[in-house]
Design a protein around this ligand. Structure first.
Ligand SMILES: [Zn+2]
Length: 291
């Protein structure tokens, strides 16, 4: 251990070294060497990865070198499959979730798996979350939207309520970023699109009234420091009070103590965390935003 308080990196991903055929159009892995592989989308290279994605000893050695006591190990968003038919998305989620347990099995307490769910179908998503929490996952990672449906969508809210009641933390990861000639260079989908996606989904939760409706037991965390959200809180609060388009669309304004991460939920649910900080601050990597 690296100090009095454990250092937990809440934002890491896994990719198994192989998986069963999950149907046409699903990602596949091109193995290059014992320690290197490429996630492929059709005949296109999506991302080069190394053994730390699937090999517990490699991951643990990196953690020891970085002073990290535990990692939350969540799915890689390219596998979410929200655009596929429900039966296929269920099959993909089950296969990968079971493989995540295998990857983390050598280090219980240090490698903490989060599952994915077929979020396009709330009933199936709740069922898979139940199965995974019973099997040893510590929570669930979801994408920040399902096509054009944001986190205030009725089906997504049903799932969030189920996670709250179950005590399953929810980690929201931006994904499926918009594409255009302006965004398809310089990694702009990742460097601009991801922070904007996250910001939009936090806004949807606030102005869409999700924080008004969902059980206060909900523990939800937005990756990448909440994207650009925190920098625009004053502007959003001003709009809620003064711009007729959004006045009263939610019970509470964005900066109200019920939902402002500086005061209400954050201090109640994660008193040791402040916006933009993480338990792994002494380490490195991403800084999530908790409610
Ligand atoms: Zn990530």
């Amino acid at each position: 251990m690296s100090g009095t308080a454990p250092v937990i990196d809440v934002h890491t991903h896994y990719v198994p070294r192989g998986w069963p055929d999950l149907g046409p159009g699903t990602p596949w892995l091109r193995i290059e060497t014992e320690t290197d592989a490429v996630i492929m989308l059709g005949d296109k290279e999506f991302r080069r990865i190394q053994a730390d994605c699937w090999d517990a000893p490699t991951r643990l050695a990196d953690m020891d070198a970085d002073g990290i006591d535990a990692q939350v190990v969540s799915p890689t968003p390219v596998f979410f499959s929200y655009g596929r038919d429900v039966a296929q998305a269920i099959r993909i989620a089950r296969s990968l979730n079971d493989l995540a347990l295998e990857i983390c099995a050598p280090a219980p307490g240090r490698l903490l798996p989060m599952c994915q769910v077929p979020l396009q179908d709330p009933d199936a998503a709740c069922e898979e979350l139940d199965r995974c929490m019973a099997a040893g996952h510590v929570g669930v990672e979801i994408g920040n939207h399902v096509g054009d449906r944001d986190l205030d969508d009725a089906g997504v809210v049903t799932f969030l309520q189920h996670a709250a009641a179950l005590g399953a933390p929810v980690f929201v990861h931006p994904w499926d970023m918009a594409s255009s000639p302006r965004l398809d260079r310089w990694m702009a989908q990742w460097l601009v699109g991801m922070p904007a996606e996250t910001h939009l989904s936090v806004l949807a939760m606030i102005l869409g009234g999700v924080f008004d409706r969902v059980d206060e037991r909900l523990r939800i965390c937005f990756a990448h420091g909440g994207g650009s959200f925190a920098f625009w809180l004053g502007r959003m609060n001003n709009a809620w009070h003064k711009r007729h388009d959004v006045i009263g669309t939610s019970q509470y304004p964005p900066a109200h103590s019920r939902i402002c991460p500086n005061r209400g939920r954050l201090s109640r649910i994660a008193p040791d965390l402040k916006p933009g900080t993480t338990a792994s601050d002494r380490g490195k990597r991403n800084r999530p935003l908790w409610w």
